[in-house]
Design a protein around this ligand. Structure first.
Ligand code: ADP
Ligand code: MG
Length: 239
C-alpha cells in the first residue's frame, strides 16, 4: 500500500538547514498495524506528515497504491486525503462549538455523500466507538478518552483505507489508553483499516504488528511482532 524509497527531508531557510529524515526506506502492507517509535525529535511527526500527504519529502520517492505521489495534482492529493486517509492527532483537534455528532459529520461535508446519509453514518460510527449516547455533547462535556474516541470516529467515518495517528494516547490515562487501543485493534481486525501510529508508549507498542524505531531521522530497527491474520483481508473493507 505504501512504499517509501530513500526519503529525505531537509528543513531549510535562509539561515540554517536541518536534515530531519535520512534515507528512509519503508513498505507498509494493507491491513498492517504499525507503530513508529522513537524519542522526541527523532522525526516521527515529519514522517507521518509525509505518509499522510500533508508534507512532501525533499527527495526520494513515495508510492501509494502503486502510484507515485509526487505526480498527483493538488486536487488529487486533496481527494486522497479526504477519501482514503483518516487523521487522529494528539490534541484531538475537535471543534469546541460543535457536538460529537457534528464533529463527526463535518469531515464528510466535502465527500459527495448527501446530508442525510452523512448524519446516519456519523451516528453509526459514534455507536461503533461506544459513544452513541454522548453524540449530542460538546467536547468540553466529554473526558479526554471520550474526546479521542470522537477523533477516531471522525477519522474513520468516511471509511478510509489508512488511519494515521500522531501520538494518539499521549494525553490519556492508562484505562483510556487501553480502551482506545482495543477500539483501534478491533477496527483493524474487523474492517481491515491500516493503522500507522507514532508513539513511545510501551502499551501501544505491544499491540502492534510491527514497530519501526526511528533515531535522529533514521530507521534503526524494523521489528515484526505479529503477522496479519487472514481475517484482515482487504476485501473486508466496506465500499
Ligand atoms: P518527533 O515527532 O519525533 O518528536 P518531529 O518530526 O516533530 O519529531 O521533528 C523532528 C525534528 O525536525 C525536530 O528537531 C524538529 O525541530 C524539526 N522540525 C520539524 N518540523 C520542522 C519545520 N517545519 N521546520 C524546521 N524544523 C522542523
Ligand atoms: Mg511528534
Amino acid at each position: 500500500m505504501i512504499t517509501l524509497n530513500k526519503i529525505n527531508k531537509v528543513f531549510a531557510d535562509k539561515h540554517q538547514s536541518f536534515h530531519c529524515l535520512k534515507e528512509i526506506d519503508l513498505t507498509v502492507k494493507q491491513g498492517e498495524f504499525t507503530v513508529i517509535a522513537g524519542p522526541s525529535g527523532s522525526g516521527k511527526s515529519t514522517l507521518l506528515n509525509i505518509i499522510g500527504m500533508l508534507d512532501q519529502p525533499t527527495n526520494g520517492t513515495y508510492q501509494f497504491d502503486n502510484k507515485e505521489v509526487a505526480k498527483f495534482s493538488n486536487n488529487k492529493l486533496a481527494d486522497i486525503r479526504r477519501e482514503k486517509i483518516g487523521f487522529v492527532f494528539q490534541a484531538y483537534n475537535l471543534m469546541p462549538v460543535l457536538t460529537a455528532l457534528e464533529n463527526t459529520e463535518m469531515i464528510m461535508e466535502f465527500s459527495g455523500i448527501d446530508k442525510k446519509q452523512r448524519k446516519q453514518r456519523a451516528i453509526e460510527t459514534l455507536e461503533a466507538v461506544g459513544l452513541g449516547e454522548f453524540k449530542d455533547r460538546f467536547p468540553a462535556q466529554l473526558s479526554g478518552g471520550q474526546q479521542q474516541r470522537v477523533a477516531v470516529a471522525r477519522a474513520i467515518a468516511a471509511k478510509p483505507l489508512l488511519v494515521i495517528a500522531d501520538e494518539p494516547t499521549a494525553n490519556l490515562d492508562s484505562r483510556a489508553t487501553e480502551s482506545l487501543l482495543d477500539l483501534m485493534v478491533s477496527l483493524n481486525q474487523k474492517q481491515g483499516i491500516t493503522f500507522i501510529f507514532s508513539s513511545h508508549d510501551p502499551r501501544v507498542i505491544e499491540r502492534a504488528h510491527r514497530v519501526i524505531h526511528l533515531q535522529d531521522g533514521k530507521v534503526i530497527r524494523d521489528e515484526q511482532l505479529q503477522h496479519i491474520s487472514s481475517t484482515h483481508s482487504p476485501a473486508a473493507i466496506p465500499s
